[in-house]
Ligand binder design. Structure first.
Ligand code: TRP
Ligand code: SF4
Length: 351
């Protein structure tokens, strides 16, 4: 079954993106994870090298600023998937980045990481005992000396070419992020290995810079996968700065249900028109939520798509089912999160 949940216009945009930035298109490798199967991960750099490597790990960073929402869940799900395959998983708290780019204090960052982000990660399936979890402000010495070494190996012009407008804070956080991505390969840590960084396409500048550094420092170039953006509930991008654009994982279930019920659809102006033409799933956030998170199987997703595009099902019914799913998911997550908080309480991340 070929599942391609998006309309051609969206796909064209992602095509353009891959062409312009030299991102490879994700081939079908038969990986049994919905982000791969459903084309949500659309591109990569050297994924094949990572996938075929014996020594490998997955790494991602959490910036403790703003609420954790469904957009963030996409990376968590991917890490949990790799962890289930026995692949070493590294999760870092980007508290230096939060401090220098968002003015978030040490206390605020710690509170967010320990009370919201990590409990949600664990509630979503991360096994913290099998993960390497650290905070940027609290790693061991070779990490910082590597970071300062990187700052001497790049010019302002090279950085501007990748990032555009820079500030000292952005420079610091970009260099620390390079340190995050590359330091596992240092002899003081695990030595040369294939590190995969699963990201949204907006993080590609970091990936390009890290790969450039890797070459200079004789390390293995990190691999990356790129997933589609989470669309905001009212269209546009899902963003922490607009409360109605996201479902936060800490939203009370009834609030989340209400937000899901008000999400943008690809519905037509009248029921009659929709019965005739079907809905426009390429514009439909409800459909995207099913595709990314809430469809129980590919078969069910295909059925939703069929019923929508043939006009057999109208948006009211479709949203009603989504809202129920969201409610169930949120209540179950909240219970798991409360249990996870106790576990996080015992972890020593910010000594
Ligand atoms: N910059 C990332 C963000 O804004 C967080 C981050 C820091 C990160 N270091 C990283 C992500 C290393 C991936 C790999 O969310
Ligand atoms: Fe979207 Fe469902 Fe309406 Fe189709 S029927 S446009 S999938 S909400």
């Amino acid at each position: 079954m070929e599942l391609n949940p998006w309309g051609s216009s969206t796909i064209k945009d992602y095509d353009k993106l891959t062409r312009e930035f030299g991102i490879q298109k994700m081939p079908n490798l038969g990986i049994s994870n919905r982000y791969f199967r459903r084309g949500i991960i659309f591109g990569h750099r050297d994924f094949d090298k990572f996938w075929n490597a014996d020594k490998r790990s997955v790494l991602t960073g959490i910036m403790p600023s703003g609420p954790m929402h469904l957009g963030h869940k996409m990376v968590v799900d991917q890490c949990v998937f790799y962890q289930s395959l026995g692949i070493k998983t590294r999760v870092l708290i980007a508290d230096i980045e939060a401090r220098v780019t968002r003015g978030i204090s040490k206390e605020q960052a710690q509170k967010l990481a320990l009370e919201e982000y990590l409990p949600n990660w664990i509630a979503l399936g991360l096994d913290p005992k099998k993960a390497d979890i650290y905070a940027q402000t609290n790693r061991s010495v070779p990490y910082y000396s590597f970071y300062s070494l990187l700052s001497g190996r790049i010019t302002l012009n090279e950085m501007s070419a990748v990032y555009g407008n820079l500030t000292p804070g952005k420079i610091t956080s970009a260099l620390v992020q390079m340190g995050d991505i590359l330091h596992p390969q240092l002899p003081e840590y695990d030595g040369p290995e294939h590190v995969l960084v699963p990201v949204g396409a907006d993080q590609d500048p970091h990936i390009r810079l890290a790969r450039g550094f890797a070459e200079k420092e004789h390390l293995i170039k990190p691999s990356a996968t790129y997933h589609r953006f989470a669309t905001g509930l009212e269209g546009g991008k899902m963003s922490s700065s607009r409360e109605n654009s996201y479902i936060a994982l800490n939203d009370p279930a009834d609030v989340a249900v209400k937000k899901a019920s008000n999400a943008l659809t690809g519905g037509r102006n009248t029921a009659a028109e929709q019965k005739k033409k079907g809905g426009d799933i390429s514009k439909c956030v409800v459909y995207e939520l099913y595709a990314y998170h809430f469809a129980k199987s590919d078969k069910e997703l295909a059925e939703i798509r069929r019923k929508c595009t043939t006009g057999e099902m109208l948006c009211g019914e479709c949203k009603q089912m989504l809202a129920e799913r969201v409610g169930e998911f949120m209540s179950s997550l909240a219970k798991k999160r409360e249990r996870a908080k106790k576990e996080v309480g015992k972890m020593e991340i910010f000594r």
